[in-house]
Design a protein around this ligand. Structure first.
Ligand code: ATP
Ligand code: MG
Length: 611
């Protein structure tokens, strides 16, 4: 910590217009060519017939954010949300919130609710465009029948292991299943039987009939429907067959008239199937033309963070954190409790942009975006986090008076507030030393400092306990130096420290949060090579990633705060001068008794450590 005021004095630039990128260029080109101009929109998703005769789609483009309701959203999702909703906003389009709920086993209403809350919190509005993939199950079944009728799908009855063996490898072509040439009638009958529950799980699957020799393994007759005798959180027991994600997703996009379907890079190899499927269904008259355009971008990988659902679940279930909304987790509910801001995430998404190759983003960039936004609006307050008593020996014990501090140095219109001053104050323990190191301008015997917004005081000594620990510092004040009074600055001092009146202070619980992991790439001794940046379940671990949990990620202290903070409302954010940005916790605060969480320090203390 330095002796000078931390607030940046620069003027906040108005937010620049969004930078161009390969996705915006593709959209610009499509709009210039009128590529999607002929598509009709009947007001809600539907097959081609439902849109027949409807007017041209009033939305210039349609994008979608399609979470699977099987977990809490995290910072990676925030990138995708800001991208999809941001493009729709900038191009006069619409962005759909669609729950991709085609997998009955892992999905729950609890996740649906938390996802809705998180997208709203980020500040985006889908209007009437809230959809569920499960609402399209009837259409997907009809589309499957149509593929059979047109010779593009068949029921396979091989056991899973044999089916895998016939799929081939990256270097060897696959081979046809003996069931590949079943008749249309037999296929339709088997599919009906699957739907009606006549067969056990795994007995049959419906597969697209494409090309077992394709160099792209995703085109070697991929499965499109499987038997799962599981209840679904919305459709209940109506279905015992469920569509595969790769089959369902293109259909969902097409039914909703999506123009640009943005997804992460691992779906690049799926694009040929996406296009194949939609072309077959358009040719059969089931879906509108032209089909949506899939465009891939690199997922977000952040240093010091894990984003894989599997790992996040493990952190919660094994109690390494206090729950899904633990402020140290990269979940959006956690970030919200931490004090991060929606605007900070939007600045972050804009700053990191989108790219076509995997890379790692420094956590410090996210923190900078949060600081930048918090600095704009967070009012300043005084907090002593590691208190030691300062006794002003020449100040009368029964006297008190008000000092005045600005609420925001760059926004005088936010006014000033009174800080009570009295004989006994709290100051930071580190603002006093008996023997000063070189360049130390704060309190030491014989030295004078300004008590910020108050008086100049001269240190006269300290009291210590039997162990030699300082328990009180003594000083004398100069009554003519009160900040804001005429001639107050006639006495020049180099140090400037903050304080709160001991008699008036609010002693509060404050949680000092820091990064959850102590290494940039948890579980790995060096950054994964380019192209393997994905923090996903299947990546090999060099050592246990849990071993890299930081022991210092949370410190709970009792701090002495200026009295105004006693009335902070839940989620109100402040800059505690010289310390950082803090938020009144939305869960544990009580009226008149807020608890504070540190969102981010004023500066990046990690850079210092590395140096
Ligand atoms: P799963 O492995 O369960 O599919 P997921 O992280 O992909 O996990 P989804 O609910 O499918 O979760 O994600 C919804 C959307 O968010 C998808 O479009 C996905 O591409 C995008 N997304 C997920 N993680 C990231 C990330 N790290 N960066 C950018 N986008 C992401
Ligand atoms: Mg996914």
């Amino acid at each position: 910590m330095s002796d000078t005021a931390p607030a940046k004095n620069r003027k906040i630039a108005p937010h620049a217009p969004p930078a161009s990128n390969f996705i915006r260029q593709a959209i610009d080109a499509d709009l210039a060519q009128g590529r999607f101009a002929a598509r009709a929109w009947g007001g809600k998703p539907g097959p081609a017939a439902a849109h027949a005769g409807a007017p041209a789609d009033p939305a210039k483009i349609r994008t979608r954010f399609p979470p699977e309701p099987n977990g809490y959203l995290h910072i990676g999702h925030a990138k995708s949300i800001c991208l999809n909703f941001g493009l729709a906003r900038d191009y006069g389009g619409a962005c759909h919130l669609r729950f991709d709920d085609t997998n009955p086993e892992k999905e729950e209403q609890e996740y649906v609710d938390s996802i809705i809350g998180a997208v709203q919190w980020l500040g985006f509005d889908w209007g009437a465009n809230l959809y569920y993939a499960s609402d399209y199950f009837d259409f997907m079944y009809r589309a499957a029948q149509c593929l059979i009728e047109t010779g593009h799908a068949y029921v396979d009855s091989l056991p899973a292991a044999e089916m895998r063996a016939l799929r081939g490898t990256l270097t060897e072509p696959g081979r046809n299943s003996p069931y590949r040439e079943r008749s249309v009638e037999e296929n339709l009958q088997l599919l009906r039987g699957m739907r009606d529950g006549a067969y056990a799980e795994g007995a049959h699957v419906l597969r697209a009939k494409i090309d077992m020799a394709s160099p792209n393994i995703n085109l070697r007759d991929p499965a499109i429907y499987r038997i799962r005798k599981a209840a679904h959180h919305r459709s209940g027991d109506k279905w015992c067959i469920y569509p595969m994600y790769t089959y369902a997703h293109p259909i969902e996009d097409a039914l909703e008239n999506i123009t640009h379907s943005l997804c992460t890079l691992e779906f690049e190899d799926q694009r040929p199937f996406y296009d194949w499927l939609l072309e077959r269904l358009a040719a059969a008259g089931l879906l509108q033309r032209p089909p949506p355009q899939q465009i891939e971008f690199a997922r977000l990988n952040l240093t010091y963070v894990v984003l894989s659902k599997r790992k996040l679940i493990q952190l919660v279930e094994e109690n390494h954190v206090t729950g899904w909304d633990d402020p140290r987790l990269p979940t959006l509910v956690g970030a919200r409790r931490r004090g991060y801001t929606p605007e900070g995430f939007r600045i972050f998404a804009e700053r990191i942009g989108v790219s076509k190759s995997d890379s790692w983003i420094e956590y410090a960039i996210l923190e900078d975006c949060m600081r930048e936004n918090l600095n704009e609006f967070a009012e300043r307050r005084i907090a002593v986090l590691d208190p030691v008593r300062l006794v002003v020996d020449n100040y009368p014990a029964d006297q008190e008076e008000a000092c005045h501090a600005p609420n925001h140095p760059q926004q005088p219109e936010l006014g000033k507030r009174a800080l009570p001053f009295s004989k006994e104050l709290w100051i930071e323990r580190e603002d006093f030393v008996e023997i000063p190191p070189k360049g130390y301008f704060r309190l030491f015997p014989g030295n004078s400092v300004r008590l910020r917004y108050g008086f100049v005081v001269k240190c006269t000594g300290c009291d210590k306990d039997a162990q030699g620990k300082v328990i009180a510092v003594h000083c004398e004040y100069d009554a003519d130096t009160k900040s804001g009074s005429p001639g107050a600055d006639k006495v020049k001092v180099k140090g400037n420290i903050h304080w709160v009146s001991a008699r008036h202070a609010y002693a509060a619980e404050v949680r000092l949060y820091d990064r959850l992991f102590k290494t940039a790439h948890p579980g790995k001794s060096s950054p994964p090579p380019q192209g393997e940046g994905r923090d996903r379940g299947g990546v090999d671990e060099e050592r246990g990633w849990l071993d890299d949990l930081s022991p210092d990620s949370m410190k709970i202290i009792t701090a002495q705060l200026e009295p105004a903070l006693k009335n902070a409302r839940p989620e109100e954010r402040f800059q505690f001068e010289r310390h950082g940005y803090f938020i009144a916790d939305r869960v544990d605060s009580r009226p008149g008794a807020p608890v504070f969480n540190r969102a981010v320090t004023l500066r990046d203390s990690w850079v210092k450590q590395k140096e």
